[in-house]
Design a binder for this molecule. Structure first.
Ligand SMILES: [Zn+2]
Ligand SMILES: [Zn+2]
Length: 819
């Protein structure tokens, strides 16, 4: 009787065996001479059970790890949780349970689900960023950055809900309103901690060139985020006070077209200048409005809004005095927080000028086109041309003149060449409870004092009050913050901010290399063994910040001589999203499909195959197209059933039975193809090749021949994709004692994969006109194309009408022609 496929019986059994056999333990034994392979997945956030995105990403990551094991590598495939953060705190507020309780319960749930899905993790290396033994080292790393001046404090705006009396993260501000209560969010200034990422801007940009195995779009996003631009810094002078205000411009060739000057509403000089100019009564409401605008909205400020400050600056190139404004469209974060405005050649300046009746002066005329007129133009002209109204530079062509003007500014001491980065320093302070406390003590005598390394971790109190209101939970705690100053022993206070969770996730991949190590965040010899990671797999939503911060950390650690490389992830792959009916899955849309109930119903192997067979791994998967009817058994389950039945039958028939030569050839061709596909992460095409091989095995068995060797290869190649079914067949049906997952990946005989060719005879009206070599399995369509393309057929068919094509692939094509 044919063997039936019953995943609900097979899968839980092998989960237990693999755990008993400790199958996926990475070896730190220096005597282990296998090459190492670090298969790294972006670690999950424990916000509930696993979702479809996890199921997809980790199915792919697991194929990579299992495949490399079979290729003879000593594989490190760890798992951990990015366990601090806002969600846990919000859940705590809602349910009245401590964030730790919610977080650890979710981690348990996700861990159980990962086991059920057959993920090949080395559980002994588990990392949870909210464990004191982990955040001890997050704090240690903070102190190393602090010592080098790479962690510092300055005043910065935060989103503030006046009703909840609390600071809000950007993601808690929805359309300018508090996510929790709907009140309009205000901005407030707070002294907060930053990491000096900008000090690494140029290196972060230069080393992008090393990332040749990253998706092109991610590389582009990194470049744009760093946003290097070359130009000039030009010094304007405030006429009324004589103070100098530098501005950065990428277009010094338009300096003669400056007709006004704009300060960001956040610029520290604005109030003073407005009071001096006698316009404070007009400017104050603008600043108030801006203060009530969330940071998110400020990015899209109205270019028409702004108020005259009543003072002027002098343009250093021509001595002209131009009026100064304060306007929200100029961001304090870019350049110096003040801009020279050239309305004729910058669209936002143009819109502002028209709204405020400021003159528009053309200084670049396009060549060979109608002359621009500042009074009548309807939009700015940002293209190339020839400089006009520009004193000594009239007639010079742009953009070549940009360098000439820059050199002239420098030699006349009115400016200099300058580089500006879009990248800002990283604000890491959070006025929250559920994060790593910042290990600094503020002393009235000594200032900012580092907690000494042997006093780490600075632990979170278990009894904090999470309800929103006023100060952060750590600041409000009755005793936690009061400590003796580590330097002078006097009364002092702990810093009550916690770190952004992106700090925790900027170094977790180092900790996996030295689990449980107590002498530091990691051991250098472990890092040298495993890092840089061989493959990093995760979502494209982390293409900017997470990857940038990991790169920054790695470079900082390199400069401290703690690691020996500057890029942690030379190879990166982004899987697509799992969507539903063309839209992302979300609670509000009510279209969420949970993976674990489907695993219970169909089996983990089926779930994994559905994810991997749906299409290229980097493309989105529309679940509605994959499983339109949740009550119908998926196609891949039926295929697994055929695999099980065929392999069981082949095993019974045994090695004595003759193996058909065609099957042998197909087996070797499949090994070659699947190997190449796996090296390029083409999971879907690899699976389809295995399906073709399954069909051929079935045909061979039905003809009464043997298929043992083909079946063994099929089971081994199936192992990374469907680890349970493969293990069952390998050990139970094929009688192996050791796991298929530790077996050596099958190899192919090059002689057997050479494509056989046959001679195709090309006839016209039954007469032989040519002969061409074609693959033995050529399709009718391809045979026809090859015949038509032959020299003999082309000569003979010239100017004649073909009335019929007779195709007998692969041997004959006959063209019947008139006349
Ligand atoms: Zn609120
Ligand atoms: Zn002190």
């Amino acid at each position: 009787m044919a063997r039936r496929y019953e995943p609900s019986e097979i899968e839980p059994r092998w989960v237990r065996v693999w755990e008993e056999e400790d199958l996926y333990r990475a070896s730190d034994d220096p005597g282990d001479d296998r090459p190492t392979f670090y298969a790294l997945d972006m670690f999950p956030y424990p916000s509930g059970d696993l979702h479809m995105g996890h199921a997809e990403a980790f199915s792919g990551g697991d194929v990579i790890a299992r495949y490399q094991w079979m290729r003879g590598h000593n594989v490190l495939h760890p798992i951990g949780w990015d366990a601090f953060g806002l969600n846990a705190e919000n859940a705590a507020i809602k349910r009245g349970t401590p964030p730790a309780e919610w977080t650890y319960a979710n981690i348990e749930q996700q861990a159980a689900s990962f086991r059920r899905m057959g993920m090949s993790f080395d559980w002994a290396r588990l990392v949870r960023t909210c464990d004191p033994e982990y955040y001890r080292w997050t704090q240690w790393l903070f102190l190393r950055l602090f010592e080098r001046g790479l962690a510092y404090r300055k005043s910065a705006p935060v989103n503030w809900c006046p009703k909840d009396q609390t600071v809000l993260a950007n993601e808690q501000v929805i359309a300018g309103k508090c996510e929790r209560c709907g009140t309009m969010v205000e901005r407030r200034e707070l002294t907060q901690w930053f990491f000096r990422v900008t000090e690494y801007a140029q290196r972060l940009l230069d080393d992008v060139d090393l990332l040749t195995d990253w998706p092109e779009r991610v590389v582009t996003m990194q470049r744009n985020w760093i946003g290097r631009s070359e130009g000039a810094e030009v010094t304007f002078t405030i006429e009324e006070t004589g103070e100098e205000v530098p501005v950065f411009t990428t277009r010094p060739d338009t300096l003669w077209g400056v007709t006004f000057f704009v300060f960001s509403v956040d610029h520290p000089a604005v109030q003073r200048l407005a009071e001096l100019g006698g316009t404070w009564d007009d400017v104050a409401p603008l600043l108030q409005r801006a203060a009530a605008t969330s940071l998110v909205e400020r990015e899209a400020a109205d270019t028409k809004e702004g108020v005259f400050l009543g003072v002027h600056v002098v343009n250093p190139v021509n001595g002209e005095r131009v009026p100064c404004y304060a306007a929200p469209y100029v961001l304090m974060g870019y350049g110096t927080g003040a801009i020279m405005a050239v309305p004729a050649h910058d669209q936002r300046d143009f819109e502002f000028a028209r709204a405020h009746d400021v003159p528009v002066r053309v200084v670049i005329q396009p060549e060979g086109a109608e002359m621009l007129d500042g009074d009548t133009m309807t939009e700015a002209y940002a293209g190339e041309g020839v400089m006009v109204n520009s004193g000594p530079f009239d007639g010079r062509p742009t953009p070549a003149s940009i360098a000439e003007v820059t050199a002239w500014l420098a030699s006349n001491e009115r400016g200099k060449a300058a580089v500006n980065f879009r990248l800002r320093d990283w604000l890491i302070s959070r006025q929250r409870y559920w994060g790593a406390p910042i290990p600094i003590v503020h002393c009235p005598n000594c200032g900012e004092v580092a907690v000494s390394d042997d006093q780490l971790p600075v632990r979170l109190p278990d009894d904090a009050d999470f309800q929103p209101g006023g100060e952060s939970p750590l600041a409000r705690h009755p005793t936690w913050k009061h400590v003796a100053c580590p330097d002078c022993g006097g009364e002092a206070e702990r810093d009550t901010d916690t770190m952004d969770t992106f700090v925790d996730s900027s170094w977790y991949f180092f900790r996996y290399c030295s689990p449980g190590y107590e002498g530091g965040p990691f051991r250098r010899e472990d890092i040298d063994r495993w890092m840089p990671a061989s493959q990093y797999t995760g979502g494209v939503e982390h293409a900017i910040l997470h990857l940038l911060y990991c790169r920054f950390f790695t470079k900082a650690l390199y400069d401290m001589d703690l690691v020996g490389f500057t890029e942690p992830f030379p190879k990166l792959m982004n899987q697509g999203q799992v969507i539903y009916d063309g839209a992302s899955m979300s609670k509000t849309k009510g279209n969420i499909v949970e993976p674990m109930p489907l695993v219970e119903r169909w089996g983990a192997d089926t779930m994994r195959l559905m994810m991997l067979f749906a299409g290229p791994f980097e493309d989105d998967i529309d679940w509605k197209l994959i499983a339109p009817d949740p009550d119908r058994k998926p196609g891949v389950t039926a295929w697994l059933g055929r695999v099980v039945a065929a392999v069981a039958q082949a095993a019974q028939r045994g090695a004595g039975a003759d193996e058909d030569e065609e099957l042998v050839r197909l087996t070797h061709k499949t090994i070659k193809g699947v190997t190449e596909d796996l090296d390029r992460f083409r999971f879907n095409t690899a699976i389809s090749k295995l399906m073709v091989l399954t069909n051929e095995i079935r045909t061979t068995l039905d003809e009464g021949d043997g298929a043992l060797e083909a079946s063994r290869a099929l089971v081994q190649m199936l192992a990374p994709f469907a680890p349970f079914a493969a293990e069952e067949l390998w050990r139970v049906e094929l009688g192996e004692s050791a796991s298929v997952h530790l077996s050596a990946w099958p190899s192919f005989d090059p002689a057997l994969v050479v494509e056989e060719t046959v001679t195709l005879v090309v006839q016209v009206n039954g007469k032989v006109r040519d002969k061409v070599e074609v693959p033995a399995d050529v399709s009718e369509a391809d045979a026809l194309v090859a015949a038509r393309a032959s020299a003999g057929a082309r000569r003979s068919l010239e100017g004649r009408e073909v009335v019929k094509e007779i195709v007998r692939a692969p041997k004959l094509v006959n063209f019947v022609v008139k006349g």
